[in-house]
Design a binder for this molecule. Structure first.
Ligand code: ZN
Length: 433
């Protein structure tokens, strides 16, 4: 569809550093609005890839290893929604979302364990990257992941509104409390405000300093203002319902994904790209009270390609971890096990573990909580559409090992590309005897 007939309320300049453009990368009620949007009218806006151009279309993952995570989630907005009042519900209708034609690629990364990490970084601590080329029909293929091809399931990772001043204070308090009391010091439990790397659009002087000091980081989605919820089904045709916390709502969008698996496990895990989004907004007056909508809700968009359900090879994971330790109804452990089992299965075709880890994160896979009550085991599933591969991965087909090339690592660095889960299990059992 042509988007030229609609007014564009946010343009991205790919040749100019993101920090010199009116993006913002913190949530705060006082970030100045960049434009006003009328309900019922259609607009386009452009978004930049989430690191603001720090990671590029190359065969070296050095950019992933050294990425500055204080400067991420450059968001387009905030947009003032005319007529939006506190406790209304803002409806964001996503009419269309397309890759920015001026930058027809997306990438998926594994952050180095010491700089960002990810869901499986205890097993895969090295920085790595897969770059996908996007063709004119929105089909992705990659020189870093041969024999794989899939359609875009294009969506914004971030759709959010400004929190109120009161919510801002509450959120900062509860997240910093978690950080203070976290038992596991190895994992980052919560990320408080950070002045370094803060960007607040056109805010200057004292206002900028206050926003940088108090502004919420954009990593987690939140009940009050949504944000980085990373829901892969907020595609074209979707409707997202957000509570309005400040007059004018102050809507922002960004972090577009060409595709993503449920879970986005590798953290830098979707097909990260720049985009052009077409939206229309409306309001449900006093919707918080009348409709009892307090958390974000949404109606999914239409999938651009649905694989038949019976073509999803589906891995089951349980809350018994990789060392054999029994956990109590832990969906996190169960999902991790489903991912590990998929890696072990796909390895036999010639892919290395990092290629599969990034595939499991960025391809349009379906994950579900199968059960959360059957004590002591939660069961999570991860389904891979078999038709994404140009060879047969079904359990009945004789496995054929192919030349799968390699993903991008840091050039010259030495690293293991396979993790021996069997060995870990045997070792732990022996130790526990
Ligand atoms: Zn993203």
């Amino acid at each position: 569809m042509s988007t030229d007939q609609y007014p564009c309320v946010f343009k991205v300049d790919l040749d100019k550093p993101a920090e010199h453009q009116p993006f913002h990368n913190r949530w705060h009620p006082e970030i100045p609005s960049v434009a006003t949007i009328q309900c019922g009218s259609v607009y386009t806006l452009e978004t930049i890839e989430w690191t603001g151009g720090q990671i590029g279309n190359t065969d070296d993952a050095k950019d992933v290893k050294t990425v500055d995570l204080s400067r991420i989630h450059y968001l387009s907005g905030p947009f003032e929604i005319e007529g939006a009042e506190v406790d209304d519900i803002l409806v964001v209708e996503l009419i269309d979302i397309q890759p920015l034609k001026r930058q027809p690629f997306c990438y998926t990364g594994v952050f180095a364990k010491e700089n960002g990490g990810g869901f499986l970084s205890s097993f895969y601590p090295e920085a790595a990257k897969i770059v996908y080329d996007i063709d004119e029909n929105n089909i992705a293929t990659s020189r870093h992941l041969p024999h794989v091809k899939f359609d875009g399931l294009i969506h914004p990772g971030i759709v959010g509104v400004a929190p109120s001043a009161e919510q801002l204070k509450e959120i900062n308090e509860r997240e910093l409390e978690l950080k203070r009391t976290a038992k596991n010091t190895e994992d980052v439990s919560a990320i408080g405000p950070l002045v370094k790397g803060a960007h607040a659009g056109q805010a200057k002087g004292e206002l900028f300093e206050r926003i940088a000091r108090e502004g919420l980081r954009t990593i987690p989605g939140r009940p009050e203002n949504a944000g980085n919820c990373d829901v892969k089904n907020i595609t074209a045709g979707s409707r997202t319902y957000l509570r309005v916390n400040v007059p004018g709502a102050k809507l922002s969008l960004g972090d577009a994904h060409f595709s993503m698996s449920d879970g986005e496990s590798s953290f830098c895990g979707a097909g990260e790209m720049s985009s052009i989004i077409t939206i229309r907004t409306s309001l449900i007056k006093n919707g918080v009270d009348r409709m009892k909508i307090t958390n974000p809700i949404f109606l999914p968009g239409k999938l651009q390609k649905e694989y038949p359900l019976n073509r999803y090879l589906t891995f089951e994971g349980f809350s018994v971890d990789e060392t054999g330790e029994q956990k109590y109804l832990c969906a996190n452990t169960a999902f991790k096990q489903a991912c590990i089992k998929a890696i072990e299965y796909l390895r036999k075709y010639g892919y290395n573990d990092y290629q599969i880890y990034m595939f499991l994160s960025s391809a349009p896979l379906e994950a579900h909580i199968a059960s959360i009550v059957d004590v002591p085991n939660a069961c999570c599933t991860l389904g891979i559409p078999m038709d994404i591969f140009d060879f047969d991965i079904s359990p009945e087909a004789e496995p054929v090992k192919l030349d799968m090339g390699n993903c991008a690592f840091v050039t010259g660095a030495d690293h293991e590309v396979t993790f021996d889960f069997d060995k870990l299990l045997k070792k732990t059992k022996l130790k526990n005897k």
